[in-house]
Design a protein around this ligand. Structure first.
Ligand SMILES: *[C@@H]1O[C@H](CO)[C@@H](O)[C@H](O)[C@H]1NC(C)=O
Ligand SMILES: *[C@@H]1O[C@H](CO)[C@@H](O)[C@H](O)[C@H]1NC(C)=O
Ligand SMILES: *[C@@H]1O[C@H](CO)[C@@H](O)[C@H](O)[C@H]1NC(C)=O
Ligand SMILES: *[C@@H]1O[C@H](CO)[C@@H](O)[C@H](O)[C@H]1NC(C)=O
Ligand SMILES: *[C@@H]1O[C@H](CO)[C@@H](O)[C@H](O)[C@H]1NC(C)=O
Ligand SMILES: [Fe+2]
Length: 467
């Protein structure tokens, strides 16, 4: 079947790259520069601190409540604690309001952080552009930014999410971020699937690379929320350096609204945003039965109202379905625990990172196995999510190019290139997912798929008859 589909594309001249055929889907043979790119040097333009004494830097925002009427604003002041206050107002309005935050510092090995501020703003109007100002107080340098709140949750509210993972801070990372920002699809909020700065690749996990990452990403995340997922590079667990407690730099710098979804940990939580319900899981926290994450997730499913938020999206770092050699089967234990729930509750799509490449699965599940029955192959399952690996942000560790062969039947498309994704929700039944590889410039789609909502439009005609 694929042969004929692909052959007719080729005849039409639509198929630009070499493609291998297997029992599974498509392995793209797109050829790219083999040179790994290095981290941008410390004196790079993207790492420059803003001018002015004690000026707020590394400004970043994320959702601050469960519904989308809250924002957490975070920033770092290098010299003095300064003010924790955020001044905010609606565009063209004279009515300015204040919110009061907190300040903290942390130590890691030889490093001491700057003054890290977090301020939660609540009860904002939906679908409204706000200005916000930081670094208030006489003698300080203040900076002003904007963000736009999402529309009120509802079934047919269009909304566009960007997808990025494993970004790091190389020249490729800078290309990925630039392409995301220039993408005409205009992501309104970024879903980040873990592995942020890769500071832990440096001696002593040099945390100044957390600071450079904060300054590098500010040009997007100060203006639109990034929804954070913890990856293995957030662990910073290093007993040899005297660092016995995991996630200290990450959780000190990146606050998330976990209490709003009844979670007891910032490593797993959920939010509603426009027509989507987004569940964030932690691959690096206990998830077995009776653990806090398991019990929290069990209680999440009944809270999801598909009339209000038709699109059910799960984020995690380690993919449950991956056909690259790198990290193969690392997500298997979590798959065993959570895949039956994903199918039962008709999750639309699961995004993961970790593997430094791109891959999209068929709608499949593998939940029939019970030790003795031998039923252990993935099968096509129209209630199952599509699994998308998007760990191709462009970090210093380079691409994962080795793939398991032949391409397994669950794998629909795979390609080892850097890039980013866009999930463009149109209404309760239709969303368009596209993947944009860096080499093509910002506007070209290298892989795409119309997603039909599993709750509202469960029948999906697929070009592959059986798997
Ligand atoms: C890799 O980098 C070297 C040195 O900068 C350059 O000469 C070479 O052309 C590059 N190779 C590719 C495939 O881009
Ligand atoms: C990063 O990308 C931006 C936007 O394209 C560009 O202005 C900047 O010079 C780049 N910096 C580096 C170090 O590549
Ligand atoms: C689900 O959401 C819809 C639309 O907001 C609302 O009318 C309905 O009452 C909700 N259902 C439940 C069980 O809360
Ligand atoms: C395992 O699955 C087989 C076939 O699906 C079924 O007959 C058997 O009862 C199951 N065993 C247990 C312990 O559930
Ligand atoms: C939902 O969006 C799709 C894609 O844009 C469109 O074809 C379909 O007609 C829309 N459905 C409704 C009910 O508007
Ligand atoms: Fe990772």
């Amino acid at each position: 079947m694929w042969y004929s589909v692909v052959a007719s594309f080729s005849l039409l001249g639509l198929f630009l790259h070499v493609v291998e055929f297997t029992k599974g889907g498509i392995t793209s043979g797109f050829v790219r520069s083999i040179n790994y790119s290095l981290d941008m040097p410390l004196n790079s333009d993207v790492f420059r601190a803003p001018p002015g004494y004690n000026a707020p830097q590394q400004v970043h925002i994320t959702q601050g409540d469960h519904e989308g009427r809250g924002v957490i604003v975070s920033w770092v002041t290098p010299d003095l604690p300064g003010s924790n206050t955020v001044l905010y107002w609606v565009e063209r309005s004279e009515n300015k309001k204040y919110a009061e935050g907190i300040v903290l510092t942390y130590k890691y090995s030889r490093y001491t952080s700057g003054y890290i501020h977090h301020c939660k703003i609540t009860n904002l109007e939906f679908d409204t552009t706000y200005y916000y100002q930081l670094g208030l107080g006489a003698g300080y340098s203040s900076r002003t930014f904007t963000f736009t709140t999402p529309p009120s949750p509802g079934p047919d509210v269009p909304y566009t999410f960007g997808l990025m993972g494993d970004l790091g801070q190389t020249f490729d990372s800078n290309r990925t971020l630039t392409h995301y920002q220039k993408n005409p699809a205009k992501g309104q909020t970024l879903l980040f699937v873990g592995d942020l700065s890769y500071a832990d690749d440096y001696p002593f996990h040099d945390n100044t690379r957390w600071d450079t990452w904060g300054r590098f990403t500010e040009r997007s995340v100060a203006y639109q929320p990034w929804i954070w997922t913890a990856g293995n590079h957030e662990l910073d667990f290093a007993p040899d350096l005297g660092e016995h407690k995991p996630f200290v730099p990450y959780t000190s710098r990146y606050h998330v609204p976990f209490e709003a979804s009844g979670s007891t940990s910032p490593l797993w939580y959920s939010i509603k945003r426009a027509s989507a319900y987004i569940i964030v899981l932690s691959s690096y926290s206990a998830y077995g039965k009776y653990t806090p994450q398991y019990e929290w997730l069990e209680n999440e499913w009944p809270k999801v109202n598909r009339t209000q938020t038709p699109w059910l999206v799960v984020l995690m770092h380690s993919p449950l379905y991956n056909s690259y050699v790198h990290h193969y089967m690392e997500g298997e234990t979590m798959r065993v625990m959570y895949e039956p729930w994903f199918v039962e509750h008709k999750v639309d799509v699961v995004f993961a990172g970790h593997v430094h490449a791109y891959e999209r699965s068929e709608r499949i599940s593998n939940i029939a196995y019970n030790i003795t029955n031998g039923i252990c192959d993935p099968v096509r399952d129209e209630s199952a999510p599509i699994y998308i690996t998007i760990g191709d942000g462009g970090n210093i560790e380079g691409l994962a190019t080795e793939m398991t062969e032949p391409q397994p039947s669950y794998s629909a498309y795979r390609e080892a290139s850097f890039g980013h994704g866009i999930l463009d929700i149109k209404n309760r039944t239709h969303a368009f997912f596209s993947w944009h590889r860096n080499e093509d410039g910002y506007a070209v789609v290298a892989d795409s798929k119309w997603l039909l909502n599993r709750y509202w439009k469960p029948s999906e005609v697929s070009p592959v008859a059986s798997i």
